[in-house]
Design a protein around this ligand. Structure first.
Ligand code: UDP
Length: 241
């Protein structure tokens, strides 16, 4: 697991945003994984995910505080969280400034419609070249459509790790584009779900807010985050990292 931590982007959020904007403007094909404990835990058991995370073409950023703290426990100094929802919002705004195009894939139809409305109002120079909800049966076929449109930005909101696996399967067919798996970000950016209040975000308790709002997340949280903490502690103790 240490190799996943070592691959994390370590500098500040603003530095990363500048890199991402540069990738957009210079049409550098880029794949960003907004890493949380869930994907690191799953990648320990899945060759496919391990290859995806360790591919030099994949950029890993620490979406969750668990990843930041876990990295620090292993002696890797990751400066701060870079939440996927903030990256998604930044990239939409950068596309607006640069008059660029985006494809939005994932979430429910009504969420996507609300997000398109937000984009029209907030980012008038951004061109939404296509959308597809996340409940279609053949998700690979959607990528044929995306390839034909060649957008500058592709945001995929299908949940971890499905969104990352899908992007990774098709990435090499693209010559440009910034690709990001953004989890539940469309729900938040469309105004359908509220993000945690600022105090929760400041205290790094966004995860707690999400559990309080959706108690069904508790099992998933235990399976991934609680076990993750024990896993990192054990790695540190065994010095097998
Ligand atoms: N989703 C989807 N298709 C699916 C399963 C999920 O489009 O088959 C969407 C779902 O509507 C939500 C997002 O994927 O917008 C996942 O959100 P979640 O909050 O679970 O992601 P997290 O941010 O926790 O990774």
């Amino acid at each position: 697991m240490k190799s996943f931590f070592e691959k994390l982007y370590q500098n500040s959020r603003t530095d990363f945003f500048a890199l991402a904007e540069n990738a957009l403007n210079t049409e550098q094909r880029t794949f960003v994984v907004t890493a949380n404990p869930e994907i690191f835990m799953q990648a320990e058991k899945s060759d496919e995910l391990r290859v995806l995370l360790l591919d030099p073409d994949t950029t890993l950023i620490a979406d969750g505080i668990g990843i930041v703290k876990g990295a620090r426990m292993l002696g890797i100094s990751v400066k701060e969280r870079i939440p996927g929802v903030e990256l998604a919002e930044f990239l939409l705004s950068a596309c607006n400034s640069g008059k660029k195009s985006v494809y939005l894939f994932g979430a429910k139809r009504e969420v996507l419609d609300a997000l398109c409305k937000v984009c029209r109002e907030k980012y008038p120079a951004l061109s939404v070249v296509g959308t597809c909800d996340g409940y279609v049966s053949d998700k690979d076929a959607v990528f044929d459509q995306i390839r034909a449109l060649a957008p500058d930005l592709v945001l995929v909101a299908l949940g971890v790790p499905q969104q990352e696996q899908l992007i990774y399967r098709h990435l090499k067919d693209f010559s440009k584009g910034v690709f990001v798996g953004v989890g539940g970000s469309f729900d938040v950016l469309s105004g359908t779900k509220a993000r945690a209040p600022a105090l929760f975000i400041r205290l790094n308790l966004e995860w707690l807010y999400r559990i309080l709002k959706e108690p069904s997340r508790l099992k998933r949280f235990y399976q991934n985050n609680v076990k993750f903490i024990f896993r990192v502690k054990k790695l540190k103790k065994d010095k097998k990292v």
